[in-house]
Ligand binder design. Structure first.
Ligand SMILES: Nc1ncnc2c1ncn2[C@@H]1O[C@H](COP(=O)(O)OP(=O)(O)O)[C@@H](O)[C@H]1O
Ligand SMILES: [Mg+2]
Length: 368
């Protein structure tokens, strides 16, 4: 059982710079796998190191199982951390690397033998127990690092970009192993990454950070489908959400969005109540855009020219520029072959039931 609560957790390294972590508040439930996701430098590692006790807390509080931990030394927090660099002892065998933490805690010899054997079987390290780290592949080393954390049976696991030194195939398989471990151990885990695919596939919930601050916390599909601001909308998704400048216009049928000399009529459930001429941002994901030669719906499409196509087999990613505002670029993700060539004119048809509208500050606007 372990819950982790961050309340206004703040880290200032340098008084002349903005805080590295700025009033980070987060409730992590028992057995949850919380992912901290954001670009490099947004404060993920700093936040994790404060939880681990490797970095002092400037202000705010950190609690584990409702006990404030701010002043508790790292070794007494019952936390295990797995880093990007495996940090194995090079002169020790795999077995000794796995046993090291337990020996230091004076766990009885027979108990150490039993636990090391069990972990080695779980992680398929049994045939490698006699080897030294230099004789292991990257994936095997990372499994030893994982094993070293698990063997201690800590209250909380912390991971800091543990897969980023692995090649693509190993990243996928090790990601699967971490997900399986989480299910099997039922442990509370906090996992830092800048990789949205890792975040979407591993997280029970995702906490998206920017500039030291929490932008949004939610289940993966919740943050994907209902981003609270343009930062989250533009960070998640590959390609990310299209964000196009627009303003409010009045027409015969009521309020609409004026975009590049044309207008889009959003369903009432998607159109915020704003006065004419209000500047805003129209957001639409690439999978909600299709390309038409003719037969495009009035009020749900815009004239454009194809700039680039990337045929990936199962789907094609198309980049187009709006005809009346060529600075506005739109990505479409269409099944199979797009059927359009570079330089061709088209109409971009939008599934406006999936439209998002953001205000001048970038915050989502929801109709009441
Ligand atoms: N030991 C340190 N001293 C001063 N500044 C630091 C230190 N560690 C990190 N920072 C700064 O804090 C910010 C957040 O860094 P970090 O937490 O490592 O980000 P992330 O892990 O999200 O890439 C960055 O601007 C970084 O330069
Ligand atoms: Mg980091």
């Amino acid at each position: 059982m372990a819950t982790v609560t961050l309340q206004d957790l703040t880290k200032v390294y340098d008084r002349s710079a903005p805080p590295a972590a700025d009033r980070v508040s987060l409730d992590i439930g028992d057995e949850e796998l919380m992912v901290l996701l954001g670009p490099s430098g947004c404060g993920k590692t700093t936040t994790l190191r404060m939880i681990a006790g490797l970095e002092s807390i400037t202000s705010g509080s950190l609690s584990i199982d409702e006990q404030v931990m701010n002043q508790v030394p790292a070794k007494d927090r019952d936390i295990a951390m797995v880093f990007q660099s495996y940090a194995l002892y090079p002169h020790m065998t795999v077995k000794d690397n796995l046993a090291f933490g337990l020996r230091r805690r004076a766990v009885p010899r027979a108990e150490i033998e039993r636990r090391v054997k069990e972990i080695a079987e779980t992680l398929e390290l049994s045939p490698l127990l006699g080897r030294r780290p230099h004789a292991l592949s990257g994936g095997q080393r990372q499994r030893v690092a994982l094993g070293r954390a698990i063997v201690r049976d800590p209250k909380v696991f912390l991971f800091d970009e543990p897969l980023s030194n692995l090649d693509a195939a190993l990243r996928v398989s090790t990601r699967g192993e971490i997900a399986a471990l989480h299910r099997r151990l039922g442990a509370t885990m906090i996992y830092v990454t800048h990789d949205q695919v890792e975040a979407m596939t591993l997280g029970t919930r995702i906490c998206i950070m920017s500039g030291g601050r929490v932008m949004q916390v939610g289940a993966p599909l919740e943050v994907y489908h209902a981003p609270v601001n343009t930062f989250v909308a533009g960070f998640l998704g590959n390609p990310p959400m299209n964000l196009i400048p627009a303003r409010v216009a009045e027409g015969d049928g009521g309020r609409r969005l004026a975009v590049a000399g044309e207008s889009l009529v959003l369903p009432p459930a998607r159109m915020p109540a704003l006065g004419p001429e209000t500047a805003l941002t129209f957001g639409i994901r690439p999978e909600h855009v299709t390309l038409r030669r003719d037969g495009a719906e009035a009020g749900a499409s815009l004239a454009a020219e194809v700039l680039q196509t990337e045929a990936l087999g199962a789907e094609t990613i198309v980049l187009a520029a709006l005809r009346e505002d060529r600075a506005a670029k739109v990505m479409a993700r269409v099944a199979g072959d797009a059927g359009f060539r570079v330089g061709e004119s088209c109409r971009l048809q939008f599934d406006l039931a999936a439209a998002h509208v953001f205000g001048a500050e970038g915050d989502v606007l929801r109709p009441r």
